[in-house]
Design a protein around this ligand. Structure first.
Ligand SMILES: Cc1ncc(C[n+]2csc(CCOP(=O)(O)OP(=O)(O)O)c2C)c(N)n1
Ligand SMILES: [Mg+2]
Length: 362
């Protein structure tokens, strides 16, 4: 098991291709046919294009905010390649590849960032939780889901995400502790993109890495090069098989870099420098995979044409979101509880009175 060979105590990183796309360990490479590799690259490319356009839509004032995924595509695309329809995705907000693999549409994602609750009413995605804004709270939900899967003896696994910053939250420790105690089928991924908004990971913890935290909870942990699709794929496959077989949870630290801003309201030039960005740019997951495919001679597509087609698709879905029915007042109040509690009813009435007052004032 690679989890045994790459011990976080020794600060080892599991990596299969280098920045030039050269295979470092042929014996551990996943047995994927060319078609699957190409499909994964295309999924990363589509996510990159969608991401860049989302930032531009927001800059045009057509969407309130957006958290770019740029640079982190290999992680969630690899998860998407492993996850089955019945497996659960418990996301944060930077796993676009897995969202799309689950069947969430860009239109729904855009609707959410336009402030429309319908964006979280996924029409095609099965076993998928919505955005989690309170950092790390989603991990407890994932453990609850894992507990239920185990209790009902379902053949499912939950994939749960958190950022490096999220590991400092109490919810992170509570969730991993109970996951370990109950031996639930949850694959936890820490997307270590080096920053929590402006706070660098070295200020986040004194641990030598984040994967080592698994030791404290008695579960396997591994640090993986998160910009290496193949390494992420292999780590996910092992973690998935392990959890599914009833052995309990695993923790993967995926080492990556957030190329863009935290969200469109953030300016990373205030807290990080060009040299660092340029260093990480060499490890871009798309460039590495492309170099790998070029060396194998399996990439025959016209990438510019492909990007043009992707742009048209993104544009189409954005327009659909823009032309969607404006959100209804009820949407703000109705989704949290099966029956609306009294305090929410009061707030709703107050808000309706406010709107009437505003209308009459004109
Ligand atoms: C409980 C809580 N505290 C603070 C925030 C504000 N906040 C939003 S994202 C973020 C940083 C998260 O960093 P990290 O976990 O590394 O994830 P990343 O954004 O880098 O993907 C913070 C502090 C929040 N949403 N929830
Ligand atoms: Mg982070």
């Amino acid at each position: 098991m690679i989890f045994n060979d790459f011990d976080p105590k020794e600060d080892k990183t599991f990596r299969l291709i280098d920045n030039e796309g050269v295979v470092l360990n042929q014996a551990l490479m996943p047995d994927l046919d060319d078609e699957t590799v190409i499909k994964a690259y295309k999924a990363m490319l589509f996510a990159r294009v969608a991401d860049e356009m989302a930032v531009s839509f927001q800059r045009q004032g057509r969407m309130y905010t957006y958290p770019p995924n740029m640079g982190q595509e290999a992680i969630s695309v690899a998860a998407g390649a492993i996850m089955r329809t019945d497996d659960w995705l418990v996301p944060v907000f930077r796993e676009l590849g897995a969202w799309l693999a689950k069947g969430v549409t860009l239109k729904e994602i855009f609707l959410y960032y336009m402030g429309n609750e319908e964006g979280s009413n996924y029409k095609n995605a099965h076993h998928m939780l919505p955005w989690s804004i309170p950092i790390a709270s989603q991990l407890l939900h994932a453990v609850g889901i894992g507990y239920t899967i185990k209790y009902l003896k379902k053949d499912e696994v939950a994939f749960a995400y958190v950022g490096d910053g999220g590991t400092s939250e109490g919810d992170f420790s509570e969730a991993l502790n109970f996951a370990g105690v109950w031996q639930v089928p949850v694959v936890f991924t820490i997307q270590n993109n080096q920053y929590a908004i402006s706070v660098p990971v070295r200020s986040q913890t004194k641990s030598i890495n984040l994967a080592i935290k698994a030791y404290g909870f008695g579960i396997p942990g591994i640090k993986v090069d998160g910009n290496d699709f193949f390494a992420m794929y292999v780590a996910y496959k092992e973690a998935f098989d392990y959890a599914r077989a009833g052995n309990g949870p695993v923790l993967i630290e995926a080492l990556t870099y957030r190329k863009g801003a935290h969200t469109t309201s953030d300016d990373p030039t205030k807290y990080r420098n060009k040299t660092e960005e340029e260093e990480w740019a060499k490890a871009d997951p798309l460039i590495r995979m492309k170099k790998y495919m070029d060396q194998k001679g399996i990439w025959k597509e016209n990438e510019e044409k492909l990007i043009e087609a992707y742009k048209l698709e993104v544009d189409k879905q954005f327009e659909e979101a823009e032309n969607f029915t404006p959100y209804q007042l009820d949407d703000v109040f109705q989704h949290m509880y099966v029956e609306m509690p009294d305090d929410l009813k009061r707030q709703k009435t107050e808000y309706e009175q406010f709107l009437t007052w505003k209308e009459n004032r004109k």
